[in-house]
Design a protein around this ligand. Structure first.
Ligand SMILES: *Cc1c(COP(=O)(O)O)cnc(C)c1O
Length: 387
């Protein structure tokens, strides 16, 4: 480990503060370090390995495709990408899909579509995208501009112009920002993830959807973290009974391989035309074959399980000593602890549980299929670390 740490420190750009463990293998929600220590994985690679590590069905789908064809580009038809797009549309009612490789890239595609839609429909001055204070939409210059947290912006000026931020859960403020700025779109996370696992209020989201429809302002929902079963619905917007115009997703979709998707609804399905957008790797057949395996198994029974396990975690943690509050939805859970979240995560790791943080909270994003006993074993360790 110390040798690996030295090499990593010498050759990897200094953008990450790593925990002092080298992970080498895993199965399901268990992961092992180089010294053979076992951990319960409550982060799933930041909400990516939706069915855990080395999931058999996912592995079979990925390796079968790998044996046939790993990449041909978007110049040709390949089956996994077409079948995945079909399944995404059938399960959501959205009309068309653009595939890319990450969450930020999915948001870039959503923003480009919104700008083009509004420019054609209302005029080129309708380019502004309203996003929410405390949001997180990615690390590219445009998605940083969309991200409503100033501390991400400071060192990288000038960012892409045309973004304004309005307070979350303040419908009148968002409406005013949209109208005053000739907005093309409003973009939201239904549960702010990096911002501290904060769900949006139902009235805010439904009121915003009504307003956007009435004004022909597009509603973009960033489901990069909340999507693909994470919140106990296939997509978090479904918990609110709304129909977004554009949905961006990534993280859990590929089950561990890089894959992002932009889903276009009725208004926007023809907005982007030939040559307007593209991606060399987007829709890669191996990634899409894995995603098909993931998406086809996010059914009612699995989602019911996510909601049940969520309730078990909330019940166990709410009111526990050292726990100030528990927020979130489904298996996307934020714990405000009396101790600093970083100290709690460190203590959990020392006791065999890997957790994440989000702002000042401990954040849990376990695999959707984590067994109940393993989940509650991890929750006990977390509870112990909070006192
Ligand atoms: C993680 C995340 C992103 C960025 O995704 P990348 O794959 O890291 O580019 C964007 N939006 C939300 C809500 C996220 O949680």
């Amino acid at each position: 480990m110390s040798e690996l740490k030295t090499i990593d420190r010498e050759y990897i750009a200094n953008t990450y503060a790593r925990f002092p463990v080298e992970l080498v293998s895993g199965k399901g929600s268990l992961v092992y370090d180089a010294e053979g220590r076992e951990y319960i994985d409550m982060g799933s690679g930041i909400g990516v390995t939706a069915f855990g590590i080395a999931d058999d069905a996912w592995k079979a789908a990925v390796t079968a495709q790998l044996e046939k064809l790993q990449h041909m580009s978007n110049l040709y038809y390949t089956e996994p990408c077409a079948m995945l797009a079909k399944l995404l549309c059938e399960k959501t009612g959205m009309k068309k899909v653009f595939f890319c490789n990450s969450g930020a890239e999915a948001n870039e595609g959503a923003i480009k579509a919104a700008r083009k839609y509004a420019a054609e429909k209302k005029g080129p001055e309708y380019f502004t995208i309203v996003t929410l204070v405390n949001s997180f939409h990615g690390r590219t210059l445009t998605t940083l501009a969309a991200t409503g947290q100033d501390h991400y912006h400071e060192l990288f000026q000038p960012l892409t112009p045309g973004f304004v931020h309005a307070p979350a859960n303040d419908l009148e403020a968002v409406k005013a920002a949209a109208l005053q700025n000739k907005a093309a779109a409003v973009m939201i996370e239904c549960v702010q993830g990096e911002g501290g696992v904060i769900p949006m209020e139902k009235d805010f989201v439904t009121g915003l959807a009504d307003f956007c429809r009435a004004q022909d302002i597009l509603l973009l929902v960033d489901e990069v973290q909340t999507g693909n079963g994470r919140t106990g619905a296939l997509y978090a917007y479904m918990n609110y009974g709304i129909r977004p115009d554009v949905v961006s997703t990534a993280k859990g979709l590929g089950g561990g391989l890089p894959l992002g998707a932009v889903l276009f609804g009725e208004k926007t399905e023809f907005t982007l035309g030939a040559g307007d957008h593209g991606s060399t790797f987007g829709g890669n057949p191996v990634c899409c074959a894995g995603a098909l395996s993931v998406l086809s198994r996010i059914d009612d029974a699995l989602l019911e399980g996510v909601r049940k396990k969520s309730a078990m975690v909330f019940d166990a943690l709410r009111g526990a000593p050292g726990v100030e509050s528990v927020t979130g939805m489904g298996l996307m859970i934020g714990i405000k602890t009396a101790k600093p979240a970083g100290d709690v995560v460190k203590a959990c790791m020392e006791n065999g549980v890997l957790c994440l943080t989000a702002k000042d909270k401990v954040r849990l994003l376990p695999a959707l299929n984590i067994p109940e006993d393993l989940l509650m074993k991890a929750v006990d360790v977390i509870k112990g670390a909070c006192v």
